[in-house]
Design a protein around this ligand. Structure first.
Ligand SMILES: [Zn+2]
Length: 347
């Protein structure tokens, strides 16, 4: 009933809801309550917020989140700042997106969602306390699935990889709202709080570089939007495994090679739906995209471990990328951020 009322409000002449989704291709507008997850033209949604909406965020949903530390650590004479997103309540940065998305859905009366995930997004959405069905590839680590189930979600295991898992979730949505961290722009909007935190922790300044591991690009796009609002972009360098590097290939115009299994499980995404936005974020920040060998990822994981950081291998990929990038040296005054997207305990 509430949904019908909101839709009528939306359609009415006195449009009182200004926040909405719009298609990034044809600009058609949709209410946030829409059960379409992309435009009828096939374009993906972006979020429109007026200055007034931006102050009127519905943050009634909490996962128990708090600002995460920004830890400076020396490695081979170079200082890196690690943004410790593994300290989020469910152990990954996805809590930021889930809080924002589920907070808004609770406000408009949506109480049932479904999503597909390699693990972290499913845990975050389930922990936000909404009825949810979570589709996971059947080769995802058992620990990840156990965690999602512990928060009370229904689990559906899907064979034949991540892309097929996504297709299944979309096909079987029924009356559930699609709480995808890839398709739903509110999720990405939540991640931008990470940019504001980094800015505050650096005394109100923007870092020089951020090395971002890229799977579907949720963290990069959230950071990009946050720093764009702040008014200045750091250089974003996207990092992928050489075994699955579609963004690196597209960024540099390399021919696509068949992708293989990489140990960095959560960034193993062969065709990120938001590829164009990812490339835009990297290019407009005068950034770069680099691929690292799985061996270098393991070496970086060891270096993190020696400093007391037990991270998801995506974090090690980002560090391996940063070390390769600055192999010839790093100016002393650079502030280089390496996010730790998730805890190693989730492997
Ligand atoms: Zn469209």
């Amino acid at each position: 009933m509430r949904r019908a009322y909101l839709l009528r409000l939306w359609m009415g002449r006195n449009r009182r809801i200004t926040m909405h989704f719009f298609c990034e291709q044809c600009k058609k507008e949709y209410p946030v309550a829409t059960h379409s997850f992309q435009c009828e033209c096939g374009g993906l949604f972006r979020l429109y917020q007026s200055a007034m909406d931006a102050k009127d965020v519905h943050d009634g949903v909490t996962l128990g989140e708090m600002p995460t530390p920004l830890l400076p650590r020396m490695m081979d004479g170079q200082r890196f700042y690690f943004k410790m997103e593994d300290r989020q309540p469910t152990g990954s940065f996805k809590d930021r997106g889930a809080k924002r998305l589920i907070g808004e859905l609770a406000h408009i009366g949506i109480d049932k969602v479904a999503l597909d995930t390699a693990g972290n997004a499913g845990a975050a959405v389930a922990a936000a306390g909404i009825a949810c069905r979570v589709y996971v590839p059947d080769d995802v680590a058992a620990e990840r699935v156990k965690q999602i189930a512990a928060y009370g979600a229904d689990i559906v295991r899907v064979p034949n990889g991540r892309a097929h898992t996504m297709a299944m979730a979309q096909e079987e949505l029924g009356d559930a709202y699609y709480a995808s961290h890839i398709y739903n722009p509110l999720f990405i909007d939540g991640v931008k709080s990470m940019a504001y935190e980094i800015y505050d922790q650096l005394g109100g300044t923007v870092p020089d570089y951020i090395f971002v591991p890229i799977g579907n690009g949720t963290m990069l796009l959230g950071l990009y939007q946050g720093f764009e609002e702040i008014g200045r972009l750091p250089h974003f360098v996207g990092v992928q495994s050489t075994k699955c590097a579609p963004v690196v290939d597209a960024f540099h115009g390399f021919p696509r090679t068949p992708y293989r299994h990489t140990i960095a499980e959560t960034i193993r995404v062969e065709e990120p739906p938001r590829m164009e936005a990812i490339l835009w974020a990297l290019r407009s920040s005068q950034g770069d995209a680099i691929a690292v060998e799985d061996g270098a990822i393991l070496t970086a994981a060891k270096a993190l471990g020696e400093r007391g950081i037990y991270a998801e291998l995506t974090a090690a990929a980002a560090l391996a990328g940063a070390r390769a990038f600055f192999a010839e040296g790093m100016p002393d005054n650079y502030r280089v951020i390496v996010p730790i997207p998730g805890s190693g305990l989730k492997r």
